[in-house]
Design a protein around this ligand. Structure first.
Ligand code: ATP
Length: 240
């Protein structure tokens, strides 16, 4: 069978980013191909969150270019990026006083009536835990369930790229497995993923990995190639 060459979806080229005069990222090149999932690994403070924010235009990009589906989006506002199919899943998604159903309806408000209902039902099928508790207040959910709600909300508009900042934070191993299985299912459809993590839990999902070291890309390659590198293996897998 002939494989088509990968088509870049998100491309960062020579990105320099910072807060006022403090530069945090230095000449970062990173690509997420269509349907690909890329995990960005790095220690605390290495600049992972800053990189993800740069993709959404939540921080000032001093230099470099950002392209999405071949279009230069470096100067686009956040809402214009969202409309093109990039979503950023934040930690605090969900209004605690509203039910799961109401939260999903708010997320789906830009879809026409019938489509909103259909999409929410599709999401209930993918997230049975949300379907069971659809009338429960989001504030009554466990940390893992809230994460599921956050992912479901992020996926309502059928994004092409889902960006997640440390999805494993605060999750029990059981929920980590569940989040991974849900994401794998959507990946099989049309979704690409860019996930920042401090540990190796999400590497089972990764087609490729980048490591960020004090604001610079260190390694980039497959998980298998990463495991062959002694220093990286020790740093991220805790193995000797
Ligand atoms: P963590 O895993 O702790 O979130 P990270 O790899 O995501 O770390 P960033 O949050 O991107 O790293 O932070 C990178 C650097 O930028 C750190 O030195 C941090 O102190 C600094 N920084 C982050 N946000 C701001 C801000 N709003 N203003 C000024 N400096 C910031």
């Amino acid at each position: 069978m002939q494989h088509e060459p990968p088509r870049p979806l998100l491309e960062l080229a020579g990105i320099a980013v910072g807060y006022r005069r403090m530069q945090v990222l230095w000449g970062v090149d990173l690509v997420v191909n269509e349907h690909e999932s890329v995990v960005l690994l790095g220690a605390n403070g290495s600049g992972k969150t800053t990189l993800l924010k740069a993709v959404m235009n939540l921080v000032e990009v001093f230099a470099g270019r950002i392209r999405f589906a071949t279009e230069d989006i470096t100067r686009l506002r956040i809402d214009q990026r969202v409309r093109r199919g990039i979503v950023f899943m934040s930690e605090t998604s969900g209004f605690p006083g509203l039910t799961i159903e109401e939260n999903l309806l708010i997320g789906a408000q830009f879809l026409a009536g019938q489509r909103a209902r259909r999409r929410i039902d599709e999401l209930y099928a993918a997230f049975p835990v949300l379907a069971e508790r659809r009338r429960a207040a989001a504030g009554s959910l466990s940390g893992g369930q809230r994460k599921m709600l956050g992912i479901a909300k992020a996926l309502i508009g059928n994004p092409r790229l889902l960006i997640m900042d440390e999805p494993s934070a605060g999750l029990s191993p059981l929920y980590v497995k569940e989040v991974i299985s849900v994401l794998s299912r959507f990946r099989a459809e049309d979704l690409a993923l860019l996930i920042a993590e401090q540990n190796a839990k999400f590497l089972v999902l990764a087609d490729r990995v980048y490591t960020l070291d004090n604001g610079r890309i260190g390694f980039s390659g497959t998980v298998a190639a990463m495991q062959e590198n002694d220093a990286l293996r020790r740093a991220y897998f805790g193995l000797q």
